[in-house]
Write a protein that binds this ligand. Structure first.
Ligand code: ADP
Ligand code: MG
Length: 266
């Protein structure tokens, strides 16, 4: 069974997709079989790893046209990384698509079908704590919460923790919180520094690794790439995600919930 990690936040633009993409790349580069699953109807992951998005099929074709999952899952240029992108979603079919993803049984079946092939499944969720995000949590073994080092972020975290606890108590006892990942951090700015000081002193589970705010993420998203793939550079931001992958593996082992620990898989 894979460790299925949902990246969740009650706010939009908090770096979920950036974290999901770059974390999945770092895990794959560390040798772990990893799947990046895009549950956001906006389908941002599709734009990030494909050269030619229009050729792509994905989850939409599986849900709407019943295409087999193994036919719509894509191998990336990293041998250990596959992606299950949104695919081409006819706006007229969006209700069918979302109704399936809202149903945690259906999502659990989708994950169960591919689970054995991977050590990690990273789930990019839509913004907010709506039904698709809740179904993702009900189908995951772990959750990772990005905390944007900006005003109001701490309130958003407490809402997300509340939903997480509710789902753990009522729907999914396997769900563990990996922790809170500070992103877009600028310690040289007072606002960001103050939020981080409050988070570090008053919140449990803030990860040691944090992701700074730098322009390279804009450059990477303009080019549709994870930061590690930017040519001619070895950005320190990619190193951050390597550190994050290592920290997350240790946390999962310590939680006792490492679903692949006793496997024969490489
Ligand atoms: P979400 O998926 O939560 O809506 P995104 O990952 O799409 O958020 O990020 C929102 C915007 O912020 C994007 O333009 C992205 O390039 C930018 N961004 C994300 N992380 C960082 C960072 N650490 N530093 C600077 N910009 C970032
Ligand atoms: Mg997103």
């Amino acid at each position: 069974m894979a460790n299925t990690i949902s990246i969740v936040s009650s706010k939009g633009g908090t770096g979920k997709t950036t974290v999901a993409l770059n974390l999945a790349v770092a895990l794959a580069e560390s040798g772990e079989r990893t799947l990046l699953l895009d549950l956001d109807p906006l389908g941002a992951i599709g734009f990030s790893l494909a050269r030619n998005d229009t050729d792509w099929r994905g989850l939409a074709e599986h849900i709407v046209d019943e295409a087999p999952l193994n036919e719509v899952m894509l191998q990336t240029r990293l041998p250990q990384l596959s992606i299950l992108p949104r695919g081409r979603l006819d706006p007229l079919d969006i209700d069918i698509y979302e109704n399936v993803l809202r149903c945690s049984d259906a999502l659990q079946n989708i994950i169960a079908e591919v689970d054995a092939e991977f050590r990690y499944i990273i789930v990019d969720t839509p913004s907010g704590l709506g039904s698709v995000t809740r179904a993702a949590l009900a189908s995951s073994t772990h959750a990772l919460l990005p905390l944007q080092a900006e005003p109001l972020a701490l309130r958003a975290i407490s809402q997300t923790l509340h939903v997480l606890q509710h789902i753990r108590e009522n729907e999914n006892r396997r769900l563990h919180l990996i922790g809170i990942l500070a992103v877009m951090v600028q310690l040289q700015k007072d606002v960001s520094f103050n939020i981080m000081s409050t988070a570090w002193s008053s919140l449990h589970g803030v990860l040691e690794t944090y992701i700074p705010r730098t322009d390279i993420f804009h450059l990477a998203s303009e080019k549709g790439l994870p930061v590690a793939f930017l040519q001619g550079r070895c950005p320190p931001e990619a190193k951050r995600f390597e550190m994050l992958a290592t920290e997350i593996k240790t946390i999962i082992q310590n939680l006792g919930g490492d679903m692949g620990a006793d496997d024969e898989r490489p």
